[in-house]
Design a protein around this ligand. Structure first.
Ligand SMILES: C[S@@+](CC[C@H](N)C(=O)[O-])C[C@H]1O[C@@H](n2cnc3c(N)ncnc32)[C@H](O)[C@@H]1O
Length: 271
């Protein structure tokens, strides 16, 4: 496991994933009944953008660095939560910020040092449980949820070959084990072919109600580069599609500035 998110926190991929995650969590919190969030690749929870790792890549400057002055419009909720955090909040810190008293957050992180940092961060929060185990094993162990409503976020670093296939299988498994849960799964866009194969696998999996929200930095002609990224959303709450379109357009306007940049929101499977 070589990937450390501290080098990448706040980059354009985090902005896409986290802005849409905030919208999904707000929708879950609209109903008074408790919900649970399972974050299968949690990282360390919160990041210091002045730290050596973040400075070395400077990736956040082309991501959250371009958004921090936003106070209105579709990104204001997400950016407001980042400002309020003080550091850069990863998915665990964003989820914790939006959870109510009776809600629950299960965080899974396999990297020993990152797991220890994460556990320390949430030591005093009784709503949060931190697990050191494999993400895909955790999906089987921790679903269905006792609350019967909530969200699973899968945010693999895509370090290993076969990750699109593992992710498609996990989405299918969650859908079979806990049909109504909202699922959000991040994926990289380097070349077109692997993404097309991933979408086809999802379309043929039998899982219903799948959207793919993508932000494209440029045409994916050089497959050695991260040319964009996407978030698969299963069982999107009512109103999410419209919110996602506005969020994607607002991200494009600030972040995706090269020729060939853009966004898309595609329905992969009907409700
Ligand atoms: C992209 S980062 C997560 C970022 C986090 N979700 C966020 O948005 O703030 C991916 C994390 O997954 C962890 N990881 C990699 N393989 C894993 C596995 N098989 N099971 C659990 N965690 C894993 C890595 O150590 C890394 O911290």
């Amino acid at each position: 496991m070589n990937y450390r998110h501290a080098f990448h926190a706040g980059n354009f991929a985090d902005c896409l994933k986290h802005a849409l995650l905030v919208s999904l969590l707000r929708a879950l919190a609209r109903k008074p009944t408790p919900f649970r969030v399972l974050d299968t690749h949690a990282g360390i929870g919160r990041y210091d953008l002045d730290a050596e790792e973040a400075r070395r890549t400077g990736e956040w400057q082309q991501g959250i660095g371009r958004l921090m002055d936003i106070t209105e419009g579709p990104l204001a909720d997400y950016v407001g939560l980042v400002r309020a955090d003080g550091g850069y909040p990863g998915s665990p810190a964003l989820a914790a910020a939006l959870l109510r008293t009776g809600d629950a957050l299960a965080l899974v992180e396999l990297h020993a040092a990152d797991h220890a940092t994460l556990r320390e961060l949430f030591r005093r929060d009784p709503r949060v449980a931190v697990h050191k185990r494999d993400a895909f094993e955790a999906v089987r162990a921790l679903t269905p949820f006792p609350e019967r409503r909530g969200l699973v976020l899968m945010d693999s670093p895509f370090e290993q070959p076969g990750e699109y296939e593992r992710l498609a299988a996990a989405i299918g498994e969650i859908s079979r084990r806990a049909r109504g849960l909202v699922q959000a799964a991040w994926y990289p866009i380097k070349g077109r072919a692997p993404v097309r194969a991933f979408h086809t696998a999802l379309r043929e999996s039998g899982v219903r109600d799948i959207l793919a929200a993508e932000l494209h930095l440029r045409e994916p002609t050089d497959a050695a580069r991260l040319n964009g990224c996407g978030l698969i959303v299963v069982n999107a709450p009512h109103g999410f599609e419209e919110a996602a379109r506005s969020i994607l357009e607002a991200l494009r306007a600030r972040i995706s500035l090269e020729a060939g940049a853009g966004w898309s929101l595609t329905r992969i499977a009907d409700e």
